[in-house]
Design a protein around this ligand. Structure first.
Ligand code: NAP
Ligand code: G4F
Length: 339
């Protein structure tokens, strides 16, 4: 049985990846942070007794800033594969916390790579790199596009990208960078723009709110569906050799397009509800990200199936359903991870 370690297992991608690996028969270990409130809501369903796979899921407390704990965890588990997804992942927040973002999102990767190198554990390593590293470089962006990060987050991810490449070249480590463009789902964090929009659409439709405050509506992104993107991560670690891949849909969609499509799903006119708030602007913006994932299609057999219009519908329907259940008191009670 293969053993995988996932950092960031409580996040959007970590939860889908844990599902995927458990379904493939892996033993799955996740690194989680101690929090003063429950922070495992995205993976609690994997803990419920009826799932045979629950016995193959293990959680370990730790933090990317705590190098010695990471080192002993890697040495103890000897995982076949490590998916490094944990990060301070919010671009706007990284302008307020540049040093912390550098420590967690940048140096956190070095701590893991060093844990692998110094313990001599034989493992395959996935680094969650980001299209934010392309920043100001015009689209379409591929593996050959020059990097030009526009935020402390983008700069921290670029440092981590080069560290993964350096450990591959210097020590022969199987370390890959998945350069993933934006990917979303009903499990997306509520402060990222897509989920902020679909959650507000549900609240407006059901009469709980009357407006939605947003920043720059002109930004263009390439939005894909997260469950498909974690499959691309897994494929990268099954390849014969380690190399870096762009993962994207190739579809151009602006924040305005997303807003308009989301309100249309519930038959409302978006222009009546959207208000501008300058606090959501960034000191430097990434105007346009559209990926070219030809290499992933050719070498990994991976291709996006869900594109932005369908993604919007999936997310709006999920938020309307979730809120309706909350309001009529029928939301399912779930077992929580309680160490
Ligand atoms: P997410 O939902 O924000 O999840 C981030 C995860 O990192 C959470 O599990 C979080 O734990 C954990 N974490 C944060 N700081 C930590 C620390 N100091 N020590 C240990 N764990 C920590 O992110 P995501 O959307 O799933 O993205 C996964 C990864 O892919 C991230 O590295 C992100 O930067 C990158 N990425 C994402 C996208 C995208 O569009 N989603 C695109 C490209 C790259 P808590 O639950 O306790 O907060
Ligand atoms: O949803 P966002 O915060 O995502 P962003 O900045 O593109 O970053 C996400 O994708 C990256 C991959 O390219 C990941 F690496 C990163 O971890 C994260 O998952 O913002 C998208 C766009 C931006 O241009 C932003 O300025 O939406 C614009 N926006 C407009 N109003 C807003 C808002 N963003 C947020 N979060 N909140 C707003 O009210």
């Amino acid at each position: 049985m293969k053993r995988a370690l996932i950092t960031g297992i409580t996040g959007q991608d970590g939860s889908y990846l844990a599902e995927l690996l458990l379904a493939k028969g892996y033993e799955v270990h996740g690194l989680i942070r101690r929090a003063s409130t429950f922070n495992t809501h995205r993976i609690d369903h994997l803990y419920q007794d009826p799932h045979e796979s629950a016995a193959r899921l293990f959680l370990h407390h730790g933090d990317l800033t705590d190098g010695s704990a990471i080192m002993s965890l890697v040495a103890r588990l000897q995982p076949d594969e490590i998916y490094h997804l944990a990060a301070q992942s919010h671009v706007r927040v990284s302008f307020d916390q540049p040093e912390y973002t550098g420590d967690v999102t940048g140096v956190g990767t070095t701590r893991l790579l060093e844990a692998i190198r110094s313990t001599g554990v034989s493992t395959r390593f996935y680094q969650a790199s980001s299209s934010e590293m392309f920043g100001a470089s015009p689209p379409p962006q591929s593996e050959e596009t020059p990097f030009y990060p526009r935020s402390p987050y983008g700069a921290a991810k670029l440092y981590a990208y080069w560290m993964a490449r350096n450990y591959r070249e210097a020590y022969g480590m199987f370390a890959v960078n998945g350069i993933l463009f934006n990917h979303e789902s009903p499990r997306r964090g509520e402060t990222f723009v897509t989920r902020k929009i679909t959650r507000a659409v549900a609240r407006i439709k059901l009469g709980l709110e009357s407006s939605l405050y947003l920043g720059n509506l002109d930004a263009v992104r390439d939005w894909g569906y997260a469950p498909e993107y974690v499959d691309a991560m897994w494929r990268m670690l099954q390849a014969d050799s380690a190399r870096d891949y762009v993962v994207a849909t190739g579809t151009r969609f602006s924040v305005r397009d997303f807003v308009s499509a989301a309100f249309a799903c519930v038959e409302l006119d978006w222009e009546q509800y959207i208000r501008y708030d300058a606090r959501y602007e960034r000191p430097t913006e990434v105007d346009e990200l559209i990926g070219d994932a030809s290499l992933a299609r050719k070498e990994l057999g991976w291709e996006a199936q869900v594109h932005a219009p369908e993604l919007v519908r999936i997310m709006v329907e999920a938020d309307v359903r979730r809120l309706s259940e909350e309001l009529d008191g029928s939301a399912a009670r779930r077992t929580r991870y309680d160490p």
